[in-house]
Design a protein around this ligand. Structure first.
Ligand code: F6R
Length: 257
């Protein structure tokens, strides 16, 4: 794992966007794996600014979607992607993939989605956020480290964390279709962005803890091409922080993938 620590969230997000843009410059038709959530908003803002209405040539597969929400629901991840990235960069609909939250048979939809990723040739660059409980995608603690795309029940903590994005009278979904940990580990390269003090425990476990389904992000230790981009607040509980900062002072890194 390459650990890059930046002074603040803005710098870490800008660097994440820059790496995605470097991938697209080298490989315009790359298959990107995309994440949603608050952490990713500045990343997509930077991509919107850099890419403009080109139209975009990449293909994307999002990590997850709430079961039961149609793509028109303002809290669906399809809607998030449309508003934060897809419309602004004119990504053709056929190149933008998310699990269908309102599919009549969610289990069959998960199987179809997994096959669609494989049919596209797999993911070149997977973007990940990190749950405060160590989840990646919606692979909650105790998810199989070999899991594939499937339905997951969200933990109470995740539902509570996500409730901030829903109105006070709205029901927060308790099920999601998510890429599995095995699906994520098949990606050729992974960028994980985590910012803020709320992520410091999960960041420390992910990087320095034992590999365990109790903290799904620890599975990333098994992948040979993972770059973790964090700010100082998220790095606060790392025991080997001095070492990471010696290797990559201020997040500096000469090699971009
Ligand atoms: C979203 C996803 C989640 C989030 C994570 C962090 O597609 O897969 O794993 O990345 O819950 O969310 P934020 O950034 O809102 O803290």
């Amino acid at each position: 794992m390459k650990i890059l620590i930046f002074p603040d969230a803005a710098t870490a997000s800008a660097e994440t966007a820059r790496r995605i843009l470097a991938t697209l410059a080298a490989q315009p038709c790359a298959v990107l794996g995309l994440a949603t959530g608050g952490t990713m908003k500045p990343v997509y803002e930077a991509l919107r600014t850099a890419l403009g209405q080109s139209p975009a040539t990449f293909t994307s597969f999002n990590l997850d979607e709430y079961v039961g929400l149609p793509s028109t629901h303002p809290q669906s991840y399809a809607y998030y992607m449309k508003t934060h990235l897809f419309d602004a960069v004119a990504l053709p609909g056929a190149q933008a993939h998310l699990p269908r939250g309102d599919a009549p048979d969610p289990a069959a939809e998960a199987t179809r989605y997994e096959a669609a990723i494989a049919a596209a040739g797999g993911i070149d660059l997977q973007l990940l956020g990190l749950g405060a409980n160590g989840h990646i995608g919606f692979n909650e603690p105790t998810s199989s480290l070999a899991s594939r795309t499937r339905i997951k029940t969200l933990t109470h903590k995740t539902v509570t964390d996500n409730a901030r994005y829903f109105g006070p009278d709205e029901v927060v979904p308790r099920l999601a279709i998510t890429m599995g940990i095995g699906t994520i580990l098949d990606s050729r390269a992974i960028l994980l962005l985590a910012t803020g003090a709320g992520k410091r425990d999960a960041v420390a476990r992910m990087i320095e803890g034992s590999i365990s389904a109790a903290c799904p992000a620890t599975a990333l230790q098994l992948h040979a091409n993972v770059t973790v981009l964090i700010d100082e607040a998220a790095a606060a509980n790392l025991k080997l922080r001095d070492y990471y900062e010696t290797v990559h002072p201020g997040g500096a890194d000469e090699i971009y993938t």
